[in-house]
Write a protein of this length. Structure first.
Length: 203
């Protein structure tokens, strides 16, 4: 049997959560290595690019979240085999990385007023652009999924991102922002009720 270990922080809103969900939904056994933020500095130098998530498969190590998502997607049949559908899946995942990186960058702004302005700029600028585009993709592709007419890691990637926005845990980014893209909000609610996803969050 393939031995798989995913190493990531012990929270559910970050880049490593997509692979966790994919393996949980598909019932693929893996070692869910969750680390505390306090332990991260001692482990950082052991990772390929001084970052996590990191995935180990039968002793081999791979990093970079979307590379991990594609590999896990293939292992769980949650990644398209058709090249065009795979590209559609990749486009959505990479777009999440784009906007997520801009939000994450605001966490390192030292002044609270400057941080507020940066996040409000995203709220009134780029975040709605991404939400609108994803909604358009759903509409164009049948209304439920981003690629291949079925659940893929692209849907899980957007789900984790939207779930984080909806949590209201990021100051100055309204929790109801997702509701401005009703089809996205509908997909978020649909996946939130998936039995295996609910089990991951104690539902």
């Amino acid at each position: 049997m393939t031995q798989i270990k995913l190493t990531y922080f012990n929270h559910s809103n970050g880049r490593g959560e997509v692979a966790r969900l994919a393996m949980a939904v598909s019932e693929l056994p893996f070692d869910d290595q969750r680390i505390a933020m306090a332990d991260w500095p001692a482990l950082k130098a052991e990772t390929p690019f001084r970052a996590i998530p990191v995935l180990e498969v039968d002793g081999g190590v791979i990093s970079q979240s979307n590379a991990i998502n594609r590999l896990v997607g293939r292992l769980t049949q949650l990644y398209p085999t058709d090249p065009w559908q795979a590209a559609l899946c990749d486009e959505v995942m990479d777009a999440v990385e784009d906007i997520l990186s801009k939000i994450v960058a605001t966490f390192f702004i030292p002044g609270e007023e400057e941080k507020k302005k940066a996040r409000e700029s995203l709220v009134h600028g780029l975040i709605p652009v991404y939400l609108t585009r994803w909604q358009a993709y759903l509409e164009q592709r049948g209304g439920e999924y981003f690629a291949d007419n079925r659940l893929t890691v692209a849907d899980l990637k957007v789900f984790v991102f939207l779930r984080s926005l909806r949590s209201g845990g990021i100051e100055h980014i309204p929790a109801n922002l997702v509701d401005k893209a009703p089809l996205l909000a509908q997909q978020l609610e649909h996946l939130s009720r998936h039995p295996k996803i609910m089990a991951c969050y104690g539902g």
